[in-house]
Ligand binder design. Structure first.
Ligand SMILES: Nc1ncnc2c1ncn2[C@@H]1O[C@H](COP(=O)(O)OP(=O)(O)OP(=O)(O)O)[C@@H](O)[C@H]1O
Ligand SMILES: [Mg+2]
Length: 224
């Protein structure tokens, strides 16, 4: 976030990105605990969602709540609406009060899914994102990279265990998910300072150790 010439003490903002089942929620929880253990307060949020408005939008997006097929343009704008609300209602106030924010998905998901996945121009989505987030961009984005078939296997296992049906995105084709994965990797090549790729095919413990190393390198809190 550009805070201008005055240095304002604020919390760090970390987003988790990556395909379905790559371990974003698992690793987000572990990282939040580690940052809390350093004495910081942490707010965890998720996209779409994280506010009452956003959670209602999530129901429409993930579970066809409106009972009709969403056109791709409306889908994209709903993600952006959820994000705009989350930024101003939750993320910015938290950061300004010195609280850390960890978001399970954020702006890069829209570029990967609606851009590379659905075929909208990624540059255009980045412009829409700027409108939605203003200056609130993550300090660090952890892209958990995983082969599509491995992500599908994890989702199937989790959904079997929890008895939850696949959501709309999970029902998309393997090709869609492959394009999305490559899109994420292209974003990481384009913004290597912000987006760090972490191989997610290893055990949760090993992945979390690597994440902590990256966070320690990039953000001050972990040095203290
Ligand atoms: N490193 C790992 N190795 C094997 N299984 C894992 C690993 N990390 C998480 N899992 C399991 O894979 C499933 C998906 O993990 P998780 O829910 O954290 O992923 P996610 O990226 O948040 O998925 P989604 O995009 O669907 O929200 C869970 O059942 C979880 O226990
Ligand atoms: Mg998750």
């Amino acid at each position: 976030m550009n805070t201008g010439p005055t240095i304002i003490k604020r919390g760090g903002f970390i987003s988790f990105e990556g395909p379905e089942g790559c371990g974003k929620s698992t690793q987000g929880r572990i990282l939040a605990d580690r940052i809390k253990a350093k004495g910081y307060s942490v707010v965890c949020t998720r996209e779409p969602g994280g506010t009452r408005t956003g959670e209602l939008i999530r129901e429409i997006l993930q579970h066809d709540k409106a009972g009709e097929a969403l056109v791709p343009e409306a889908e994209m704008l709903l993600f952006l609406a959820s994000r705009a609300q989350l930024v101003r209602q939750v993320i910015l106030p938290a950061l300004e009060s010195g609280t850390w924010v960890i978001s399970d998905r954020f702006m890069d998901s829209t570029v990967a899914y609606q851009g590379y996945g659905r075929g909208f121009d990624p540059e255009r989505i980045m412009d829409f994102n700027k409108f939605a987030v203003g200056a609130v961009v993550p300090d660090l984005t952890l892209l958990l990279d995983l082969e599509v078939k491995e992500g599908f296997a994890r989702m199937a296992e989790r959904n079997r265990r929890t008895g939850v049906a696949h959501d709309r995105m999970e029902r998309e084709s393997v090709d869609f998910h492959e394009r999305m994965r490559q899109g994420y990797l292209a974003l990481a090549r384009r913004m290597p300072d912000r987006i760090r790729v972490v191989g997610a095919a290893r055990s949760p413990e090993i992945v979390s150790e690597e994440i902590w190393k990256v966070v320690s390198d990039v953000l001050d809190c972990a040095h203290e």
